[in-house]
Design a protein around this ligand. Structure first.
Ligand code: UGB
Length: 596
């Protein structure tokens, strides 16, 4: 009360709100006026931020928290009344007629799309010290994830323009959701690399705020252990992306500009864009309001399972069941073995890779009702079985794939399954944990993420007629992986099957020990026999034919140990580095026609 004089009228209102919500403990320990007054005002600045950045404000946050904490205490099953079953979706096979048709439609639609990358997470499981989008996706070309994503969007934009006879509409917008943990470093990465070729105006960053931590079942806000004038905060999860997009006004702007699709994706999946055009085609042709990309899932793999949940009252929805909830849900509903593989060697539930394609119109209409609030959950770590106190403070969380939970039954919610080799290779686990992954399950490490790029590119080239030699097995950082020829290309060389096919002719072969880096759009491979390293770069106005026999000592993979701190972190987490022994390297930086 004595400190009230320090506060502005707005801050006094916030103080009243805290009192009404049973939060007097957050300032009752404050000293007399005159001591730390600036800190006291800063406390209310923080409270104002926590209040304004949460849909419905702090009162609503505390109210939801009390309900969810009570449910958690009584052990209420979030799926009460629901029975899971295996849903049917569109299942695609790379390179067949169906796939090509979806891709073609997807490319046409791309100019009506906006892309949203959620990159606010630090990736505790990976333990990397930098931001994950700055990590090299593969170390042959050294391209980082963010560069690859931007170049993929630009390649799609260009391809879409070429296909649409009416010409191009405009640049594809690209939004990155950051957090305090990643924001400054993401800006720095973009600015120091000239936005990787994208117009700076095409890119928008939206920063998510953390939410207040809760110290007990009454949802009393936790005072920061390092500063008694602050509430402790923690991340609220990737579900924040919906409210941020809504409150930014971008969805209205996009709708007014004639856009139709919003595509969400995560920070470290180097294969994703190989699946995007076909999946977007599925959305357009099947008129899905919500389309999730999925891959066959190994039981217990740390990716959610897509399930149809049918309620005893007749309601039914196709939704992601998060990996830690799938096993208990199955056990409780007539599957006594829980999350296990079926006769195919995979879980019967497709694995959610959190690539969502939402139709903009219905999405915006829904968000007008909800403000973008997503169904939340709480996951307190209790001290003991009485569930009366927590080991450490907790907070509410939300996930972007829970968006369909509030949709009406009439909403068209579907999913598209693709081969994991084509569309999913996340980098999430540190080397130590990856090495402990059960045999046959994917490692989801920097090692497997990089090897997956080479495998996918090799398999794609095989599909268009190139003889790519079989891989060899090698062990890096305790993980046994297939090592294919190290083949990489810029997205603009080929972002869909038909484009890539058009770049290859005659009889081409690539040996397993080879490296091929294609850094240009109009580079055509014809009767090429490669056994070594070949790096070709060209400007857009140059047309280059690459053929004949190329043989040299090439680039070799040398083992490194992840514990060897003399090696840069982004290299040692893969367990190998590339030694460039000998290569043929050609750069064509003038317009014209050339042969190599
Ligand atoms: N992220 C944010 O932007 N903000 C946050 O507050 C938290 C994360 P994780 P997770 O496809 O591989 C998801 O931690 O949550 C970003 C799905 O829930 O990598 O364990 C973060 O930067 C799961 O169903 O993944 O699991 C990153 O880009 C499954 O599909 C993204 O959110 C799995 O991903 C995901 O964060 C998967």
């Amino acid at each position: 009360r004595k400190n009230l004089n320090l506060l502005s009228p707005d801050q006094i209102e916030l103080a009243k709100l805290l009192l009404e919500m049973g939060q007097s403990h957050s300032f009752e320990h404050w000293p007399e006026p005159g001591v730390d007054d600036e800190e006291k005002k800063a406390f209310f600045d923080q409270v104002a931020r926590l209040n304004s950045t949460y849909p419905g404000g702090l009162a609503s946050y505390i109210k939801s928290a009390r309900e969810l904490l009570a449910d958690s205490k009584t052990g209420k099953n979030p799926f009460d009344g629901f029975t899971p079953s295996v849903p049917t979706g569109e299942s695609l096979t790379f390179g067949n007629d169906n796939f090509i048709e979806f891709e073609e439609r997807g490319v046409k639609e791309a100019q009506y799309a906006a892309f949203v990358l959620v990159a606010g997470g630090l990736g505790e499981r990976l333990g990397y010290n930098g931001i994950k989008v700055a990590l090299p996706m593969e170390t042959t070309s050294g391209t980082c994830f963010l560069q690859h994503y931007i170049e993929s969007i630009l390649a799609l934009q260009e391809a879409s323009c070429r296909l649409n006879e009416g010409g191009c509409q405009k640049d594809i917008p690209f939004v990155i959701m950051t957090s305090d943990d990643t924001h400054a470093r993401t800006i720095d990465l973009l600015e120091s690399n000239s936005y990787f070729g994208m117009k700076p105006t095409q890119v928008k960053l939206l920063k998510q705020e953390k939410v207040a931590c809760l110290e007990d079942n009454d949802a009393r806000l936790a005072v920061d252990p390092n500063n008694k004038y602050r509430i402790q905060t923690k991340p609220h999860g990737h579900g924040d992306v919906h409210s941020l997009l809504y409150s930014s006004g971008l969805l209205d702007t996009w709708r007014d500009a004639g856009l139709r699709w919003v595509l969400f994706f995560q920070d470290t999946n180097g294969l994703l864009f190989k699946g995007i055009p076909a999946a977007l085609g599925v959305s357009a042709i099947k008129q899905y309001h919500v389309n999730s990309l999925a891959v066959p899932r190994k039981a217990k793999e740390a990716i959610g399972g897509i399930a149809r949940l049918t309620h005893t009252d007749g309601r039914s929805m196709v939704i992601n069941v998060e990996y830690n909830q799938l096993d208990p849900l199955l056990r409780a509903t007539g599957y006594p073995d829980g999350d296990v593989n079926c006769e195919t060697g995979f879980s019967p539930f497709p694995g959610n890779i959190n690539q969502l394609i939402l139709e903009l119109g219905p999405y915006l209409e829904e968000l007008k009702k909800t403000g973008g609030a997503i169904k939340e959950f709480v996951n307190p770590k209790y001290k003991d079985a009485t569930k009366t106190s927590f080991k450490s403070s907790t907070r509410l969380e939300c996930m972007m794939q829970d968006y369909p939970k509030t949709l009406p039954l009439s909403a068209r919610v579907g999913f598209t399954v693709m081969d994991a080799w084509l569309a999913y290779a996340p980098v999430k686990n540190n080397p130590e944990d990856a090495a402990k992954v059960p045999k046959g399950n994917p490692y989801h490490s920097a090692t497997s993420g990089e090897m997956a790029i080479y495998r996918a590119n090799s398999l794609i080239l095989r599909k268009v007629g190139v003889q790519v030699e079989d891989p060899v097995q090698q062990v890096f950082n305790g993980q046994e992986v297939e090592v294919w020829s190290r083949i990489t290309w810029k997205p603009k060389w080929g972002c869909v099957f038909s484009e890539i096919k058009g770049k290859v002719s005659g009889s081409c072969s690539v040996s397993q020990q080879s490296t091929m880096v294609i850094k240009g759009r109009d580079i055509f491979l014809g009767d090429l026999s490669l056994d070594g390293a070949l790096i070709v770069e060209s400007v857009d106005d140059a047309e280059v034919k690459v053929g004949g026999s190329v043989q040299n000592k090439g680039w070799v993979l040398e083992n490194v140990d992840y514990r060897d701190t003399s090696v840069p972190e982004e290299i040692r987490i893969r367990g190998f580095r590339i030694k460039k022994v000998e290569q043929l390297e050609k750069k064509f930086d003038e317009p014209g026609k050339f042969s190599l």
